[in-house]
Design a protein around this ligand. Structure first.
Ligand SMILES: Cc1cc2nc3c(=O)[nH]c(=O)nc-3n(C[C@H](O)[C@H](O)[C@H](O)COP(=O)(O)O)c2cc1C
Length: 442
């Protein structure tokens, strides 16, 4: 069968998209605390046959910059953050085929709780649930969740490995044929087909039995987006969909190969894991119309958006540095957030000690950095190039405003990709696994 793209909508249960400026966009809906807002997004993605819509999450609002939240509140920098699983269910009730993904942290919850939440979504949605596994990197999250500091990077992944053992263990602890519910015989379920997990480990203890029977997908689909070496090893072991951060083709090809090698090294089939890369698209019926849209979007970001988001992503207070003051060696070493982002700035600037300005311009934080702008042909050409040359297996489509960005993609780009045979015409099955061609876990 010919290889076709996997399409994922990058969603936020918040007041803006991943671009803080998006709430100021003239076409953005502002009722982001209503169910209808998310339901319209869901219906739009489903109209475009998206495999999955997934909500990111953080357990804090941005207050690393200057150690205060006032700037974030004033400018609406990702300050509203609703519970993504509750929002996911609202979206799920308005759709029938769209996969439903949400992010949940392995650092701040109990595995039993997370296993039960996502198993419940899988049942209620008829087998469409997916869980984006993150380890959480901000101090603000630690402080909201009863910790003094963020645990060290690699140890978070070690804990996440154990978390996954518990979660997947519970998910498999009801045999697929355990449930009977026979009113005539009075047998509800086979006692010998429901097992205690009896997990006792370094970080977690959970006895079981689990309280949710085997789900329609066997278990929810696992998503992961670790970019570091340790993160990729974790993804290689567990993930069925992997998110990558985008970038030029050569960078993506290297990342793609590294991730697929990790999957093979973990003894799994690399073809059973979809690697999707982040893209911002600004599209319209014609190239010049799209360029006009982009010109307007370029007027929306503020410098404070970038400073605030960089402070969060790198877990470093950018208010302590002047715009053109180089970071010291100690400051560079103290960056504990997304280290691959720091390393990219060192590489692209050619400086061991880059400045705040270098961080802003190279990362493009808060801006639709590297957005693909154009008519149907322009955008489809670019996506085709990344896909066909094995930079990725599909895309995580981010929005400059909602729901209009997704509608533009669905109306202008999807038909062109379908015409080229690069993207499915319709859903193949009912469950997310069926639509992704993923095997049901044993
Ligand atoms: C498309 C995409 C979505 C992500 N969503 C989240 C998220 O919702 N919450 C979160 O804490 N991290 C999120 N991340 C960050 C990753 O989970 C990961 O922490 C980060 O890439 C750093 O990787 P590392 O921990 O392996 O260094 C996302 C990354 C990408 C590329």
């Amino acid at each position: 069968m010919t290889r076709q793209m996997t399409m994922v909508g990058f969603l936020q249960a918040q007041n803006c998209t991943n671009l803080a400026m998006s709430w100021r966009h003239r076409d953005s809906r502002t009722d982001f605390m209503s169910a209808d807002f998310y339901q319209e997004i869901g219906r739009t993605l489903e109209r475009g046959k998206f495999h999955l819509g997934f909500f990111d999450d953080r357990l804090a609002l941005p207050d690393r910059y200057g150690g205060d939240h006032a700037h974030a509140i004033e400018h609406g920098i990702r300050v509203v953050k609703l519970d993504p699983v509750a929002v996911l269910m609202a979206m799920g009730m308005a759709t029938t085929h769209l996969g439903l993904g949400a992010t949940c942290s392995t650092t701040y919850y109990e595995p039993f709780h997370v296993a039960r939440q996502f198993a419940t979504v899988d049942h209620l949605s008829g087998g469409r649930a997916a869980w984006n596994v993150v380890t959480s990197l901000n101090e603000g999250e630690a402080w909201n969740m009863g910790r003094d500091e963020v645990a060290e990077h690699d140890s978070r992944y070690d804990q996440a490995d154990e978390f996954m053992q518990v979660v997947t263990g519970h998910w498999k602890s009801w045999d697929a044929d355990a449930l009977v519910v026979n009113k005539q015989t009075g047998l509800f379920a086979h006692p010998d087909k429901v097992h205690r997990l009896n997990h006792v480990g370094e970080n977690f203890r959970s006895r079981g039995p689990f309280t949710v029977p085997r789900t329609p997908q066997g278990h929810p689909v696992i998503i992961q987006a670790g970019q570091s070496g340790r993160g990729r090893r974790f993804a290689g072991r567990w993930a069925e969909i992997i998110f990558a951060g985008g970038g030029p083709l050569a960078v993506q090809q290297r990342g793609y190969k590294a991730v697929k090698d990790e999957i093979a090294a973990a003894g799994r089939n690399p073809d059973q894991v979809h690697l999707c890369t982040l893209v911002h698209t600004v599209c319209a019926a014609t190239k010049s119309e799209a360029e006009d849209k982009m010109a307007y979007i370029e007027t929306l970001p503020l410098e404070i958006d970038a400073l605030s988001l960089l402070s969060e992503a790198l877990n470093f207070d950018f208010a302590t540095k002047a715009m053109d003051e180089p970071f010291t060696d100690a400051e560079m070493a103290s960056i504990g957030g997304i280290q691959t982002m720091r390393d990219r700035v060192v590489q692209a600037s050619g400086k061991q000690n880059p400045t705040t300005r270098d961080f802003i311009t190279i990362t493009g934080r808060g801006r639709p950095h590297g957005a693909i702008v154009g008519g149907p042909k322009d955008v489809a050409d670019k996506l085709e190039e990344l896909f066909v040359n094995r930079g990725c297996d599909g895309f995580v489509v981010a929005a400059t405003h909602v729901p209009g960005s997704y509608a533009d993609f669905v109306d202008h780009v999807v038909p062109e990709l379908q015409r080229r045979g690069l993207y499915h015409q319709d859903y193949k099955g009912k469950t997310l696994r069926e639509n992704l061609g993923l095997a049901v876990p044993e």
